[in-house]
Structure formats: structure tokens, C-alpha cells
Design a protein around this ligand. Structure first.
Ligand code: PNS
Length: 161
């Protein structure tokens, strides 16, 4: 039974994240999507909202997917939920340097946990939650880039700002 954790800010979840989820559930028996609770990052959406969006967006996958929140060290959390692998998506070479750094640091902190990188679908290599937030705030169209639930939350939040 291979249990993997897919951590991130997911502020909000995008089709790029869902592409990685879809790939990960083909490899692992069980996947926990772990939302980082980090008020210092000043997220647009609360942890609960981010989790709700993910829960609704992954429903069509009909897979063993849990959605959870975490704070503190990722390797500690990964151990606590009995997962042995961390999944991350790689979009472009620009992601590599940061991901290389955190994967080696996580390995130093906990050598038993490995990080596996899955390549994003080519059409999502330019996609990021940050860009999505900016487009939504400025009134642009994010359809096709995020699941319907994220588009709905973005519209509600952007109309209040
Ligand atoms: O979606 P993001 O913001 O790129 O995700 C980054 C994340 C959540 C994977 C990273 O910030 C993280 O693991 N934070 C937890 C704190 C931690 O373990 N830091 C040490 C990593 S070297």
C-alpha cells in the first residue's frame, strides 16, 4: 500500500495541480493532498476554503484521496500520516532549483522519505496560482485554467476586493 503526500499552498487549486493529482493516483494507492497553513504567506483563501475547493475538484477522480491541512515541517507531517513519498509537480526548468533545494533538505531531515517529481502536462507549464489570483482580481477570464469550483471562489473573492 503506497501512500504519498502532495503538499502545497493550493491558493487556489488549478488545473495544473489536478493534472499532477491525476498522474499521482495512477502510481500510488493512496494520496493525501496537504494544504500548507501558513499565514505568513498571506493567502487569498483560508485553509478551509482551499481544502473545500480541492475536495470538490477531486471528486470526479473516484480515488483514495484525502484532503488535509498541515503546518510545521513537511517531513514531520509526512511521517505522522504514515506516507513515505512526497509528490511535487515540475513545470519548467525554473522550478528545478527550488525543488532541488527543498528535496535535498527534506532528505537530510528525514532520509526515509523520498520526493518524486511528476512533469506537468505541457499546456500547464505556464500556470501558477499566483498568476490566476492576479488575473481574477483584474477581472480576466480564468476558465479552462482552474476547476469550476476555484473559478466560483475567485469570482466571489475578487468581487469583494
Ligand atoms: O505550493 P507551494 O507554495 O510551492 O508549496 C511549498 C511547500 C508547502 C511544499 C513548502 O513550503 C513546504 O514544504 N513547507 C513546509 C515547511 C517545511 O517543511 N520547510 C522545509 C522544507 S525544506
Amino acid at each position: 500500500m503506497k501512500h504519498a503526500v502532495y503538499p502545497g499552498s493550493f491558493d487556489p487549486v488549478t488545473n495544473g495541480h489536478l493534472d499532477i493529482v491525476e498522474r499521482a493516483i495512477r502510481i500510488f494507492d493512496r494520496l493525501t493532498i496537504a494544504v500548507l497553513t501558513n499565514p505568513q504567506k498571506n493567502p487569498m483563501f483560508s485553509t478551509e476554503d482551499r481544502m473545500d475547493m480541492i475536495r470538490e475538484a477531486v471528486k470526479p477522480f473516484h480515488a483514495d484521496i484525502q484532503v488535509d491541512a498541515f503546518h510545521g515541517l513537511l517531513v514531520d507531517y509526512t511521517g505522522q500520516i504514515d506516507a513515505s513519498v512526497i509528490v511535487r509537480g515540475l513545470r519548467a526548468v525554473s522550478d528545478f532549483e527550488f525543488e532541488f533545494q527543498i528535496s535535498l533538505m527534506n532528505r537530510r531531515l528525514c532520509p526515509e522519505i523520498d520526493t518524486i517529481y511528476l512533469m506537468s502536462a505541457a499546456e500547464y507549464t505556464y500556470l501558477s496560482s499566483g498568476l490566476i489570483r492576479e488575473i481574477a482580481i483584474l477581472g480576466g477570464d480564468v476558465s479552462g485554467l482552474v476547476p469550476a469550483v476555484s473559478a466560483r471562489y475567485l469570482k466571489q473573492t475578487a468581487s469583494r476586493s
